[in-house]
Write a protein that binds this ligand. Structure first.
Ligand SMILES: Cc1cc2nc3c(=O)[nH]c(=O)nc-3n(C[C@H](O)[C@H](O)[C@H](O)COP(=O)(O)OP(=O)(O)OC[C@H]3O[C@@H](n4cnc5c(N)ncnc54)[C@H](O)[C@@H]3O)c2cc1C
Length: 113
């Protein structure tokens, strides 16, 4: 938006509502709250623009994981760029490894930018 109301923020599902199948919504909301805390710690000026920029990073990662994974359904077979297909291959290996490898499981749960 070129103009945004003063003293007004959007948060959680109001920014982006995810497919519940992937169980991402609360995690994204929690990461957005950390982003908001960081923005408030730095300055109170121009809060909306700074917060939305940080929230977008959180949303983009979760969205790309879910949306790219949707390309794995049979009807979409072969869809997506080579990078998308590589990431889906990688994520499927990661999920299998995380079932039995504690280090991988913890790293996966902690990973964020
Ligand atoms: C079926 C399902 C399963 C899910 N499973 C998971 C999961 O396993 N893991 C996960 O991380 N996420 C999951 N989610 C997503 C998660 O529930 C949401 O991402 C999260 O609740 C978003 O929080 P929120 O505060 O943004 O919105 P909400 O939790 O929707 O809160 C919004 C609140 O605003 C209230 N409200 C709405 N309009 C008004 C109004 N005009 N005035 C006053 N109040 C209003 C609503 O009643 C509600 O209480 C699931 C979602 C669904 C639907």
């Amino acid at each position: 938006m070129a103009r945004f109301p003063e003293n007004y923020l959007v948060f959680g599902d109001a920014i982006c509502s995810f497919n519940p199948v992937y169980g991402q919504g609360m995690t994204v909301a929690a990461l957005e709250s950390l982003a908001l805390q960081n923005c408030l710690d730095l300055d109170s000026q121009n809060l909306q623009a700074r917060f939305f920029k940080e929230a977008a990073k959180v949303v983009d990662i979760a969205w790309s994981i879910a949306a790219n994974n949707d390309l794995r359904i049979t009807q979409m077979a072969g869809a997506g760029s080579p990078m998308v297909r590589f990431l889906n291959w990688y994520m499927s290996k990661l999920h299998v490894a995380a079932r039995t490898d504690r280090v991988v499981a913890i790293a996966f749960c902690r990973c964020r930018t």
